[in-house]
Write a protein that binds this ligand. Sequence first.
Ligand SMILES: Cc1cc2nc3c(=O)[nH]c(=O)nc-3n(C[C@H](O)[C@H](O)[C@H](O)COP(=O)(O)OP(=O)(O)OC[C@H]3O[C@@H](n4cnc5c(N)ncnc54)[C@H](O)[C@@H]3O)c2cc1C
Length: 377
Amino acid sequence: MGMRIVILGAGFGGLEMATTLSEALGERLEVTVIDKSDAFVFGYAKLDVMFGRVPAGAVRNPYADFVKPGVRLLRETVTGIDPVARRVTTDRGSHEGDILVIALGADYDVSATPGVTLGVNEFYSVAGAAHMAGVLPGFAGGDVVVGVCGAPYKCPPAPSECALMMHDYVAARGLGAATRITVVNPLPSPVPPSPEMSAAILKAFEARGIAFIPNVRVSAVDEAARMVTLSDGRVLPCDLFLGVPKNRAADVVVASGLTEDGWVMVDPHTLATQYPGVYAVGDLAATGVPKAGVYAEGAARTVAANIISQLRGEPQTARNPGAGSCYIEIGAGLIARIDVDFLSGPKPFGTFHGASVEMRRDKEHFGASRRARWFNR
Ligand SMILES: Cc1cc2nc3c(=O)[nH]c(=O)nc-3n(C[C@H](O)[C@H](O)[C@H](O)COP(=O)(O)OP(=O)(O)OC[C@H]3O[C@@H](n4cnc5c(N)ncnc54)[C@H](O)[C@@H]3O)c2cc1C
């Protein structure tokens, strides 16, 4: 068939897309996946690294293990995207596809928030989480601010998880009485699509004395003065800032002309951009569903299914389900889950599964099943 498919980014979206295509068509396709890194790391693993549950080296899934018929994965950095010609330039050359899928995820815009430094006072990058793992043992108590610098951001429950895990961490070190934890979040509740999940989190916060400040973002951090400024002008004392940087599509994507307000414009149901044969899946696409791995996977499977139908001469009927499950660490070893379907009905519909120790097995299976599917591990 000789169709060339170029996938930019080997994260949740890119890995699932290449795997689905390979399973269906194998060597009959020419799939090129391009990623600047040498390994994939699950987003939630950053919290495990940060709180010293696992070393940073242990959560890497090397791309060398991603071996699929018909697929080659190249370690290159994308430096330019021409959506009209479906041509991509990288630090090593250029690639052209009959189909171009952009799955480069969300980047971090630390310049939007003075005082936030990538890899230092944020836990959303692997480097930041690893750095925090070195900082936390030296924390001797005080004011901790888990602060979100802009919405939308990846994995809406993650800042709440961070606060609850921080509570357990200081308690285990005997610093509970000397520590006050505050969560600052531009969202109106911890997880707006799920009132039950939000209520469970707020109840857990209340039980632990964690303060929650909704509807505002962190606008500046001054570590020397030990304070953070919020978008409504309030100033909070802060001895330790655990930040979520402002998220947006990477500069290379913005420069391609595909974005509006920092995100790639797509048809949420088909992930098609305004350019024929060019799709965007995952965190960088403006679909209206949360920025989380499960939703990136669903979007990737939709685009892959329609490419497979196209090649078989069948109608392209697959539609992005916008549905998935998110796990949240409630503290004390308990995990809760929400299943939310954003796109198939007239309005989002969610089911909340209360916190339990058993749910940890579910979460472990979530990671293990992807490791097996993508990396044969
Ligand atoms: C702390 C935290 C906890 C999370 N917890 C969960 C969770 O429990 N469940 C869940 O579903 N999601 C969770 N997420 C969110 C999840 O990680 C993301 O939503 C998901 O990874 C998005 O998939 P993606 O394919 O869009 O992008 P990504 O997985 O981010 O992949 C993008 C890829 O593009 C590559 N790339 C970027 N720029 C370039 C370039 N210029 N050239 C070449 N390659 C490039 C990157 O190296 C990366 O591999 C969490 C995220 C964080 C930060």
